[in-house]
Design a binder for this molecule. Structure first.
Ligand SMILES: C=C1C[C@]23C[C@@]1(O)CC[C@H]2[C@@]12CC[C@H](O)[C@@](C)(C(=O)O1)[C@H]2[C@@H]3C(=O)O
Ligand SMILES: O=C(O)CCC(=O)C(=O)O
Ligand SMILES: [Fe+2]
Length: 349
């Protein structure tokens, strides 16, 4: 008789995936030294091919990262009632297993905080003044890195001024930025019961903003979908080995559109670890709500045989964000905005 293992009740509604193995570790993660000459070209190459890159020589002090991570660990270790007092996330605040409002579940708890200009917004009060101070210091470092990377994107694409993209996120007081602290507790429940399965920590998705900057502790779990076989509609999930000394820059949907599809947003997900806690901190850089999301003009002009057409219907960040928050995590949120390619003109003999 075959006895099929049943996942424990705590995991109800959380989908299980094949446990990552060493063979899933991606050895081709593009690494860009932000201080090296030619970094702009390397950023473009990585974003075109993979939609993400690891940055080193980023200039962010260990202390800045360490202080916020320690605050996050302290908060997530506090009694459930204390954490619940800061939730439920809607969308800001403390969330436990529920991601967004549309039924997505993951093996994680998190704190989602809004940023107003240079620091945390009053709309999403931090649970303690020490966490707020550490977060504000961290946000400052992330904004500087977002500027550096987005200026390199503009430079690498030949777009002027250099600040064309960066200014939307870090110079405009109305820009839409977020800070997310995620904690994926270990899940030993499955260790003996279903050794080949692990709970989904954060289901597959693309980030809607222009840019995300992710830091994690040394527990693995982040996987990205490689782009290469899009035509077949499926993709290969690979694990990005964790490296707490670096950051991952992730291309968001809005940057894909603003570069007319040249840079591509990347689907990613987190598989929770059965034995170790994963803590990640992600800064999301979006433009002001009224910003038009459309290819930068200089990328449409001068495409050889005349002007290159936009591949997307136009929308504002506010419209996209509204639609995104009504969607399920794994939905292809850009699909409704893709323009049909113009019919190929018939040649007459
Ligand atoms: C299911 C959802 C969670 C999310 C809003 C959404 O409806 C679809 C996009 C999700 C996402 C992914 C990237 C970021 O983590 C996030 C904060 C964002 O801007 O879009 C989350 C949203 C969320 O957790 O509220
Ligand atoms: O926690 C992580 O490592 C990634 C989370 C993520 O992709 C997100 O919050 O959008
Ligand atoms: Fe994400």
């Amino acid at each position: 008789m075959v006895v099929l293992a049943k996942p424990p009740a705590a995991l109800e509604q959380i989908s299980l995936v094949r446990s990552p193995s060493v063979g899933d570790n991606f050895t081709g993660v593009p690494v860009v030294d932000l201080a090296a000459p030619g970094a702009a070209r390397d950023v473009i190459r990585a974003c075109e091919r993979f939609g993400f890159l690891k940055v080193v020589s980023h200039g962010v002090g260990e202390g800045v990262v360490g202080r916020l991570e320690a605050e996050a660990v302290r908060f997530f270790a506090s009694p459930q009632a204390v954490k619940d007092a800061h939730g439920p996330a809607s969308p800001f605040g403390y969330g436990n297993k529920r991601i967004g409002r549309n039924g997505d579940m993951g093996w994680l708890e998190y704190l989602l905080l809004a940023i107003d200009g240079e620091s945390l917004s009053r709309a999403s009060p931090a649970p303690s003044s020490s966490l707020r101070d550490a977060a504000n210091e961290y946000v400052g470092a992330m904004r500087r890195m977002a500027r550096t990377v987005l200026e390199m994107v503009a430079e690498g694409l030949g777009v002027t001024p250099r600040g064309a993209l960066a200014d939307m996120v870090v110079a405009d007081a109305a820009s839409d930025q977020l800070l997310r602290l995620n904690h994926y507790p270990p899940c030993p429940l499955l260790q003996n019961l279903m050794p080949n399965c692990s709970p989904t920590g954060f289901g597959e998705h693309t980030d809607p903003q222009l840019i995300s900057i992710l830091h994690s502790n040394s527990t693995s779990g982040l996987q990205v979908a490689l782009h290469h076989d899009d035509a077949a509609g499926d993709h290969q999930w690979v694990t990005v080995p964790p490296d707490p000394t670096s950051f991952l820059v992730i291309v968001g949907d809005s940057l894909q559109v603003m570069t007319n599809g040249r840079l591509r947003s990347v689907r990613h997900r987190v598989v929770a670890n059965k034995l170790k806690s994963r803590v990640s901190m992600i800064y999301f850089g979006g433009p002001p709500l009224e910003q038009r999301i459309a290819p930068l003009r200089q990328l449409l002009a001068g495409g050889g045989d005349g002007e290159e057409q936009s591949r997307y219907e136009e929308f504002t960040w506010g419209e996209y964000k509204k639609a995104a928050y009504l969607s399920r995590l794994g939905d292809n949120r850009l699909a409704p905005f893709h323009r049909q390619p113009p019919p190929v003109a018939k040649r007459h003999a």
